[in-house]
Design a protein around this ligand. Sequence first.
Ligand code: SF4
Ligand code: SF4
Length: 518
Amino acid sequence: MHVLDKTQIEAVAVHSAKTRQPLYAPRKKIFPKRASGSFRRFKWLVMAITLGIYYLTPWLRWDRGPFAPDQAVLVDLANRRFYFFFIEIWPQEFYYVAGLLVMAGVGLFLVTSTVGRAWCGYTCPQTVWVDLFLVVERAIEGDRNARMKLDAGPWTARKLSLRVSKHAIWLVIGAATGGAWIFYFADAPTLAGELLTGTAAPVAYITVAVLTATTYTLGGLMREQVCTYMCPWPRIQAAMLDESSLTVTYNDWRGEPRSRHAKTVQAAGQPVGDCVDCNACVAVCPMGIDIRDGQQLECITCALCIDACDGVMDKLGRERGLISYATLSDYNANMMLATAGGSGLVNPSLVRTADGQFSDKVAHFHIRKIFRPRTYVYMGLWSLIGLGLLYSLLTRDRLEVNVLHDRNPQFVTLSDGSIRNGYTVKLLNMIPEPRTIVVTMQGLQGAEMSVVGDDIPAGRSFAIPVEPDRLKMLKVFVRQPADQIRGTAQTFKFRVEDKASFEADEYTATFNAPETAK
Ligand code: SF4
Ligand code: SF4
């Protein structure tokens, strides 16, 4: 069948597993052809969602009352707060962020061990932005052949205008990317106004400039080189894959021997596989590889070659899946079938019945294959950390007291013989509303406390207002009469309480006295 003769593409893999070029060889340009199919549609969807989240999130508002910013997601460096919708994280609660990073790491292990480098192929910012830059490139310069022709042609006014337009739009995307990033660190509408009127802080312009340059360079100019040479993930991922992990696979057990002249070969009595050597899979590959060479470090498993090949198989009236997501164990089983137990070359007729259908012995993927002890462990670990964080978040205190005992002097003997200790009491009101906090002493018989610089009368309890979302620091003196002292180091408690919300916290402190005072 020569249906495809007109559509066969003269595409050669830029990076070939068979002929590896030196790492320092000049870059060969890649002109990926536009793909269409279910994976491409899925990638469009992921791209729209991820870019939408990135660019729009800083503009979402979240009402926290008059004493806190109303930006839903905000890293408030000046006040050392991180706001995420209804959650507010203080610096000492950074372990939530650390926990989320650990969850992200375990999640990445889970995803990689089940569906291979899905992160790289669908959601990695490098992949998403390169895809976006390619959309611009195709819209301006055309698809693969037009771009190759333009690239090889002389510099004309048309070529110059196309190139200038493309790079200008790339720079605008880069600037929008850098702009969106800084909006996470300040009130977005205010900062946008300041940027446009030239009144923003220099660091804002510098950050936008740096991110514009990196986005333009990495996404527009370097593209696949970032994944191949700069990113460590392709190297690390090998340790996470096993024979039950799904990866994009060329099923040579049904594709080989490949031929562009299947009928002629068949007529000559030679075995011929499903691959018509049309190179459609090579032409669409953004990494410039030929998946038929086998698993390669460069492959980001974007699955566009699956779409391309499925399109070819549809035209030929053959089963889809010559290139497919497959596990190594299924692939090996089918290869054993096609090579008669590994004793010969691939003979695709061995995997088919007389009527041309696949034999029942052909192994096909089933979802249960990816559920194995390893994935259960990852899922369990991920859920455990997630539930732990959630529990901690829902039960965390929003009122805290921390106390520092004066180091020098440890105590002072007053003229009446009583002993005085000094403390720095830190009251943390961690809600965006003002509160009145009652501070009470528990224990330390006969002792009283007084607040330095405040006209609160000495006693065992006092009430003090604390501003919303603020830490209030008090210098407190605790005095105990000499006849009440029961040791050189007595413990007692500072108890703080918000009578309105019934939230409370305690801190056990030590009261020091000299030997002679006992
Ligand atoms: S070989 Fe296929 S899955 Fe791998 S990067 Fe190329 S197009 Fe994507
Ligand atoms: S694997 Fe599919 S797309 Fe690639 S050359 Fe063979 S038939 Fe064409």
